[in-house]
Design a protein around this ligand. Structure first.
Ligand code: C2E
Ligand code: MG
Ligand code: MG
Length: 756
């Protein structure tokens, strides 16, 4: 999963969790507000119901008082004049009536008698001297109306009271008004009821202006206030609402805040003198269960929400951490911390998608294995880290590098100017070379580099393959060098691709043809044998030479199959000659290392010669000296077992590599083929060193009873020279180029002897 994909996934998860959180939040909000609403509705219903009940109680009490007053009226004989009234009987009436604290009778002439609960009787009281609220209801009663006064301060009683007044008739004639005072405490009993609103509230009685008529003891606001509008408990807005409602004699819900707690209130008109019941709900303030429940619900939802957020943040961080680690494993080289090839390729593709022109380079260190062995792994690792640092410092923004396996580093550089790029790459390599592996050694670190400039729309993979190809070419040069992938390399690469993808089919289709090149007996001048050389004849008529595909086949293992195929071709041809009565000649076949050490190699060869009924001595197996490196004994064993079966063994290309007399002396071969470099060097060299060596080699082989073949005889002079050394056979263009088996047969076997 790329970083972008992960980020996308993380974003999706985050969105889901945020969504869940929002749902939780909304759900929590909805549930708690629904609960709150239910609670408020219940509370409002309860407040209205209770206010109604208290109102009824208040009115009922007033009704009862009124009734008492009416009953009293019927007991007395009232008259137009006060003098006619029996004072004692009047006072007696007051004592019998329980609640009133003062009673009075006022004739419609304005005279009055007043008696108080403590038996104080005033006879000549004038209506105009009465307190205004009392006078008003007396006058109402004279008008025939029973009424209740507002609460007022009575100057004679010296306390806050209210009064009732009823008209008194003598026959059908209205003679005066009977009044009675009652203390407001009479209502207090009702309003101080502790069970108001199930104990979660209390009720005041207020007058039309909001002034407290009776203030319940159970109040939450402690301050001494005269009116509900005093202080800042009610907001201006609420005050305004309440005033409007009171003016219209309507009930109203409102709220006030005291010490940070909000209280719901309800105002219900009593229906008398503009009085109101002022109900306060204290449920919220005293942590009623429902509020507790709402609170707990809220806390749970907020808790779950916080948990979600915590899990989200925690999970997110864990995932990022894990991802970073995975990314490090997946995209970074653990030793140097540089990108690995996977990441490099990804980034390179992104870069190539843009308008910038790029060139890719691949670098390798000469003999890195050797550095590892001599200086130790630790030093070699340091060198690799040094390379990483140099690259990191040398690249410009938008350029990339990575470490492939081992000592292979890739760079992606901007630009396509070969001169500039070569300069930059050489500079990088020179900086790397300055690394000191060891203070005492002055080991020169050398690098080589292949580079591929992006052509047309070549892909990242193609560019990297091309750079690798160029790297192969750069290898083996003795100084830090850069090789650019060009048309020549392109041809080689195309050919290699063709070879690798077509080899099996070609073998099946018989595209590998056997060519033969004669070996001439230098003493007789006659044909002494031939060497089978493979040619790939493509269907389109083109021919591919062994040098172009044998190295590749050797590395991919196909060579063993091809060699066996060639041996079979040789056998078939010899069989043909025998069958046609042609004297067969011995034929040499080149054998690769892989095949030579195959376990059933000898058996396979034997099976072939048996199949074609060929004497083994007609087959010479050409091997390379390299086979002997490190295991001369094993090679000799294999040679012996082949010789036992009758095969002859020839060592090919002697002198072309690191040939040694020592190895030569130890190997039990039948024939030695001197590489054509001997002849080339002898011809070029002014001194005679090479000639002496060749003489010595031939001399040695003679003594070891090994016959000699000289390759690359191109001129009569070459022939004379090798004859003078006493070599046995010559092979080369002087006699003939390798030709098809049919041509060879025609030319050399049917037509006869010396014809070159
Ligand atoms: P080689 O076995 O040393 O074969 C001799 C090569 O030298 C042949 O090249 C031949 O054409 C070339 N040659 C012969 N006379 C002259 C001359 O006078 N002047 C010059 N300049 N060259 C001469 P060829 O056929 O291209 O083969 C190259 C190499 O490929 C062979 O070298 C051999 O190592 C390998 N090879 C060829 N056929 C086979 C095969 O069937 N199996 C294996 N394993 N290797 C093969
Ligand atoms: Mg050969
Ligand atoms: Mg050779």
């Amino acid at each position: 999963m790329s970083e972008k994909q992960l980020m996308r996934r993380l974003r999706r998860i985050t969105a889901v969790i945020v969504l869940i959180s929002i749902v939780l939040l909304l759900g929590g909000g909805f549930i708690t507000s629904a609960l709150g609403r239910v609670q408020q509705d219940t509370m409002k219903t309860q407040m209205t119901a209770e206010a109604e009940e208290y109102k009824t109680n208040v009115l009922r009490k007033m009704d009862a008082d009124m009734q008492t007053l009416q009953t009293l009226a019927s007991f007395f004989q009232f008259s137009y004049t006060i003098n006619a009234i029996d004072e004692d009987a009047f006072a007696e009436g007051l004592y019998e009536s329980n609640n009133f604290i003062q009673m009075g009778y006022f004739t419609n002439r304005g005279e009055g008698i007043r008696v108080t609960i403590n038996q104080n009787i005033e006879k000549d009281v004038r209506v105009e001297d009465l307190d205004e609220p009392l006078r008003k209801i007396v006058e109402d009663a004279w008008g025939g109306e029973s009424s209740v006064s507002r609460i007022y301060y009575d100057t004679s009683l010296k306390k806050k009271v209210f009064a009732y007044a009823i008209p008194i008739y003598e026959g059908n004639e209205l003679t005066g008004a009977l009044v009675a005072n009652d203390e407001i405490a009479a209502f207090r009993e009702i309003l101080d009821d502790k069970t108001a609103m199930n104990g979660y509230g209390y009720i005041h009685m207020i007058g039309k202006e909001g002034n407290f008529l009776i203030r319940s003891k159970n109040k939450v606001v402690d301050e001494d206030l005269d009116s509900i509008f005093e202080g800042n408990y009610l907001s201006d807005y609420e005050k305004d609402r309440i005033r409007k409602a009171m003016d219209a004699d309507e009930s109203v819900f409102s709220e006030f805040v005291y010490e940070g707690v909000s209280y719901e209130i309800y105002l219900e008109p009593v229906g008398l003198n503009g009085w109101y019941l002022f109900c306060v709900d204290t449920m919220q303030g005293i942590n009623a269960p429902i509020y507790q429940m709402i609170k707990v619900t809220r806390i749970i939802f907020v808790g779950v929400l916080l948990l979600c957020i915590f899990l989200l943040v925690y999970g997110y961080r864990m995932m990022r951490k894990n991802h970073r680690q995975l990314i490090r494993f997946a995209y970074y080289d653990s030793l140097t911390g540089a990108y690995n090839t996977v990441r490099f390729l990804q980034e390179m593709k992104d870069a190539l998608a843009g308008p910038e022109r790029y060139t890719v380079g691949v670098m390798n260190i000469h003999q890195f294995k050797f550095i590892n062995e001599i200086f130790g792994r630790k030093q070699a690792d340091k060198l690799l880290c040094h390379i990483k640092n140099v690259l990191a410092e040398s690249l410009e923004p938008g350029e990339l590098f990575c470490r492939d396996s081992g000592d292979v580093f890739w760079v992606l550089l901007k630009g396509q100017d070969q001169t500039v790029l070569r300069q930059r790459l050489e500079q990088i390599m020179d900086s790397i070379s300055r690394f000191a592996l060891n203070q005492h050694h002055t080991y020169q670190i050398l690098l080589y580099c292949g580079a591929a400039i992006r052509r047309d729309n070549s892909t990242a993979e193609m560019m990297m393959t091309h750079a690798m190809f160029a790297l192969q070419t750069a290898k083996g040069k003795d100084r830090n060098n850069v090789w650019f992938y060009d048309t020549e390399l392109h041809k080689q690469e195309t050919l290699q691709n063709y070879i690798e993808s077509h080899m099996y089919q070609a073998l099946q289709d018989g595209e590998f043809a056997m060519f033969l090149q004669p070996k001439i007996n230098l003493k007789t001048g006659k044909l002494g044998g031939a060497e089978a050389l493979v040619r790939w004849l493509k269907k389109d008529g083109d021919m591919i030479y062994p040098n172009q595909f044998i190295p590749l086949f050797e590395s991919n293992g196909f060579c063993a199959r091809l060699d066996m195929y060639m041996v079979e071709q040789v056998c078939r041809r010899i069989r043909k000659w025998i069958d046609e009565g042609i004297e067969p000649i011995p034929i040499s076949v080149n054998q690769s290392k892989l095949l030579f050490y195959e376990e059933d190699y000898v058996e396979s060869l034997c099976r072939l010669i048996e199949k074609y009924r060929i004497p083994a001595r007609l087959i010479t197996l050409e091997i390379l000296e390299g086979l002997a490196i490190g295991n001369v004994e094993e090679l000799n064993n294999r040679i012996s077992s082949l010789q036992e079966k009758g095969f002859r063994i020839s060592m090919d290309d002697f002198g072309s590599g690191y040939s040694s007399f020592n190895t030569l002396g130890k190997l039990k071969i039948d024939e030695l083929k001197l590489d054509r470099v001997f002849l080339i060097e002898i011809t070029n060299e002014k001194e005679n060193r090479q000639r002496i060596i060749m003489e010595q080699v031939v001399d040695l082989t003679k003594r070891l009873k090994i016959s000699t073949v000289v390759e690359g005889v191109e001129t009569r002079e070459n022939e004379v020279l090798i004859q003078s050394f006493g070599c046995d056979y010559g092979q080369g263009y002087y006699y003939s180029r390798p030709v098809s088996a049919d041509e060879f047969e025609e030319k050399f076997l049917k037509k006869g002897d010396r014809f070159w």
